[in-house]
Design a binder for this molecule. Structure first.
Ligand code: ZN
Ligand code: ZN
Length: 123
């Protein structure tokens, strides 16, 4: 499902996506940077990625400088530190929507699957 509208607001540091069903998803750039799905950030073949080490992100690393469309299925942000290897699929951007309704939905789904990670309190 591709969004009908994508708007990156650099001044507000937010990415807005409007979906065909009318739902609107807002990501702040920090949340978006933490979601980077690339092998460097996420790791591969069982090796932890950079984000798994819980790094302290700098303002440069959370600053979006460019946003490219990859085919019809993903967005590829470029960050001010030069990082640009993450392909954020629309499916994932919709799934990880940080709005209260979707947060609650994910928690219910995780509880239903017996995975209590969604209930863990951070910090
Ligand atoms: Zn990455
Ligand atoms: Zn949502």
């Amino acid at each position: 499902m591709a969004p009908v509208r994508v708007h990156a607001d650099r001044a507000a540091a937010t990415l807005e996506l409007e979906w065909p069903d009318g739902h609107v998803t807002f990501y702040d750039f920090e949340t978006l940077r933490w979601l980077c799905p690339c092998a460097y950030c996420r790791g591969e073949a069982g090796i932890p990625g950079w984000l798994d080490s819980n790094p302290q992100l700098t303002s440069i690393q959370m600053q979006l400088t460019d946003l490219a469309l990859v085919g019809t299925y993903a967005l590829q942000p470029t960050w001010a530190d030069g990082h640009h290897t993450g392909f954020y699929t629309f499916a994932r951007l919709r799934e990880e929507c940080p709005c209260p309704a979707d947060t609650e939905r994910r928690q219910k789904e995780r509880a239903a699957h017996g995975d209590h990670a969604g209930q863990r309190r951070l910090g």
